[in-house]
Design a protein around this ligand. Structure first.
Ligand SMILES: Cc1cc2nc3c(=O)[nH]c(=O)nc-3n(C[C@H](O)[C@H](O)[C@H](O)COP(=O)(O)OP(=O)(O)OC[C@H]3O[C@@H](n4cnc5c(N)ncnc54)[C@H](O)[C@@H]3O)c2cc1C
Length: 385
């Protein structure tokens, strides 16, 4: 067996580590000149989105022998809507970093890989197919999956973010749910130290959003974050990602090619979280190759989570600011705190089950506008370029 991994990000590296543990040395191609050579970003793993997995770090360590450390745990999660504020407290998840940061998740994975990585690679998938018995597509985007018509796009989003300097509690994070700031999207703050944080705004590229000026949206968001934090934040770096694809491949494995990470459809549509699914798909593809499982079967729970998350997104998109105020008020209750902290409850699964019929009816009513939306979906692009 001669395995190639295209892309040394979360899914590709998790796959490589797992293959090596089972005696297979893959060839890893990465088109950047080092692992994680992109903007630094504060990201998070939130258990309520991954249940029944409650602690991704111990889960990856104990079940798969992959050892990662977060930057900190999240003790407070504050929600801001137009007129309301709510803070949940307790065991709410972990903050981590991505990209060039020395402790980024990809750098931590890289240290556990023994195989040399071929950097600055410009070999194509078609070339790799000629030389290897199996290919793991882990490029972090849907380009190849779309090219071979194996990807269903549900939406694309525009993201603009920055690294800011200020004074932060590194155990506290915040989310803004306000259509005036981010139409049908959200903004967030994720500290990666007491001095630095990422602030990011994201919204879907629906026709009604396409004429919007991303710089004006960003400016409003930045002002709002400064106002809510009562600080003048200094921007030290920034990034913009357009047409970030959220969707799923139709077949997780086609012939001897495995689609993993974002090539599979790891990003959960409701809030854009995809780290854990990305690493799991890498591990599952390796399991299939070493005879420990069937990839298409192993990823089924991720496909189910994706579909549940899509229902939540579609529902959230229907909420105007008055309803978002109401939602945020609900987060201020003891019940919300209990749900977020109770590891046995999977509220997103339950909510998506209950909301599915309503979302379906609305979708049928909006069928015409959805068809228009489908036509304008742009070609896939590398999200981090
Ligand atoms: C702004 C932003 C914020 C996010 N926040 C969160 C969060 O808070 N929590 C969360 O869980 N998820 C978050 N996500 C999603 C998560 O980061 C992704 O789902 C995850 O990184 C996907 O892993 P991957 O392995 O598919 O891709 P990546 O980790 O991006 O790795 C892809 C690798 O492939 C390489 N590559 C690309 N093309 C080629 C090629 N042709 N040949 C060789 N190599 C190639 C790239 O250089 C890269 O190293 C966020 C995403 C973005 C964009």
């Amino acid at each position: 067996m001669n395995v190639a991994i295209m892309g040394a990000g979360l899914s590709g590296l998790a796959c490589a580590i797992t293959l090596e543990k089972h005696g297979i040395t893959p060839t890893i191609f990465e088109n950047r000149n080092q692992v994680g050579d992109r903007f630094i970003n504060g990201e998070a793993l939130i258990p309520i989105l991954d249940r029944p997995i409650n602690d991704s770090y111990s889960f990856l360590a104990e079940k798969y022998g992959i050892f990662l450390q977060p930057l900190s745990n999240i003790k407070n999660l504050t929600f801001y809507s137009e007129n309301k504020v709510a803070t949940l407290s307790g065991y709410l998840g972990f903050l981590n970093s991505r990209g060039r940061h020395s402790q980024s998740i990809e750098n931590q994975l890289f240290k556990q890989v023994k195989t040399n990585i071929i950097f600055n690679s410009n070999v194509t998938y078609e070339q790799i197919l000629q030389d290897f018995t199996h290919v793991i597509l882990a490029t972090g985007d849907a380009a190849y999956a779309s090219k071979i018509q194996n990807f269903k796009v549900d939406l694309t989003v525009t993201l603009k973010g920055a690294t800011v300097e200020g004074k932060f509690d590194r155990f506290s994070t915040a989310i803004w749910l306000d259509n005036n700031l981010s139409p049908k999207g959200y903004g967030y703050l994720m500290p990666f130290s007491e001095r630095e944080a990422s602030i990011t705004i994201g919204y879907p590229d629906y026709p009604e959003n396409q004429s919007k000026d991303i710089n004006a949206i960003w400016g409003n968001f930045y002002d709002r974050v400064c106002a809510n934090l009562n600080q003048n934040l200094k921007v030290t770096d920034n990034f913009e990602i357009t047409r970030y694809i959220i969707g799923q491949c139709q077949y997780p494995r086609l012939g001897n090619t495995f689609f993993v990470g974002n090539c599979f459809g790891a990003i959960m549509p409701a809030f854009g979280f995809g780290q854990l699914p990305a690493m799991l798909t890498g591990i599952y593809a390796a399991f299939d190759l070493v005879g420990k499982g069937n990839y298409a079967e192993l990823v089924k729970h991720l496909q189910e989570s994706y579909n549940n998350s899509l229902v939540i997104r579609r529902f959230m998109e229907q909420l105007d600011n008055r309803k978002l105020d109401l939602l945020v008020s609900l987060f201020n209750t003891k019940l919300a705190n209990y749900i977020f902290n109770n590891q046995k409850i999977n509220p997103f699964k339950t909510a998506s089950y209950l909301l599915k019929p309503e979302v379906k009816i609305r979708a049928a009513l909006n069928k015409n506008s959805r068809m228009v939306r489908k036509r304008i979906i742009p070609p896939p692009s590398n999200p981090y370029s």
